[in-house]
Design a protein around this ligand. Structure first.
Ligand SMILES: *[C@@H]1O[C@H](CO)[C@@H](O)[C@H](O)[C@H]1NC(C)=O
Ligand SMILES: *[C@@H]1O[C@H](CO)[C@@H](O)[C@H](O)[C@H]1NC(C)=O
Ligand SMILES: *[C@@H]1O[C@H](CO)[C@@H](O)[C@H](O)[C@H]1NC(C)=O
Length: 249
């Protein structure tokens, strides 16, 4: 049986301009607890003090990847979380530095990718582990992928889903997708608003994309876009490289 359930992580302060909206999960089910130990919930505040939640994923003990439109005024990451109300073993770490993509466009959501540097190192264990990124490869598009995130399960009440949800998506190399910089999936099943910043994980278990936005195509089908990680590999590596301290004689 198929049921449609919509997950929305509320991104307060974001203007939805009708053409491009931020993603939400549709058609999801609960993830097995801690089966995705790289998943991160960004617990943030906007400048006006309002809560602003997004997803993200752990790359190593110092860095989390998310979407640029998730940028907030103050950010903490929750690592090892499954149920929002159960903080047993959860690491809450302050974000020390953000690396927003220099060419991020807040209108078109182009280059919607950002790195967060943690103020203290993540401690790896069964529930907290990094995910590998897809490399440039041969440019082929993976087919079967999964998106996960915390978000509301009800269209009316704007509150978080208390548990991590996931949904399978099939990537579609459609003409209405910016193929250089994004992967796209189509149809009823997909990330919905609030899975923004979470990972698109494909067959080999690597992260291929960052949940970014959605829009309607000419046939009124939802097209979900994901920032294409292989395209951004050199940008990512340049930001994650340890900063050399100048020598002082
Ligand atoms: C809380 O989370 C821990 C770690 O995942 C788990 O072992 C425990 O059973 C959970 N407690 C409840 C009440 O669900
Ligand atoms: C989602 O995809 C995985 C891997 O391809 C598969 O094992 C699983 O059965 C799929 N789940 C659903 C609900 O389609
Ligand atoms: C992509 O979407 C179009 C319809 O919008 C469909 O005809 C085509 O089969 C899809 N391609 C894949 C690979 O799913």
């Amino acid at each position: 049986m198929f049921f449609r359930c919509e997950l929305v992580i509320v991104i307060v302060g974001l203007t939805l301009d009708g053409q491009v909206r931020t993603g939400e999960i549709v058609g999801g089910h609960e993830a097995v607890a801690h089966s995705r130990p790289y998943m991160v919930l960004l617990d943030q505040h906007a400048e006006d003090g309002k809560k602003k939640y997004c997803g993200g994923f752990l790359l190593n003990e110092d860095f989390v990847m998310t979407a640029a439109h998730c940028k907030a005024w103050s950010s903490y990451v929750l690592l090892g979380l499954h149920n929002y109300h159960n903080r047993t073993g959860v690491q809450r770490v302050r974000v020390k530095q953000t690396f927003l993509h220099e060419d991020y466009n807040a209108v078109t959501y182009e280059n919607d990718i950002m790195l967060l540097k943690l103020s203290t190192k993540a401690i790896f264990n069964e529930n907290v582990k990094p995910i590998a990124l897809a490399d440039q490869g041969d440019g082929s598009v993976p087919k079967s992928c999964t998106v996960s995130g915390w978000g509301r399960t009800n269209r009316i009440i704007e509150s978080l889903s208390l548990i991590l949800m996931e949904v399978n998506v099939t990537l579609n190399d459609s003409d209405q997708c910016n193929k250089d910089k994004t992967y796209c999936s189509k149809g009823d099943n997909g990330p919905a608003k609030g899975d923004s910043g979470g990972p698109l994980v494909c067959e080999d278990g690597k992260a291929y994309g960052v949940v970014s936005s959605r829009k309607l195509d000419s046939d009124d089908l939802e097209i979900y876009s994901y920032a294409k990680i292989p395209h951004y590999r050199s940008w990512i590596e340049s930001k994650m490289k340890p900063q050399r301290k100048p020598y002082i004689w």
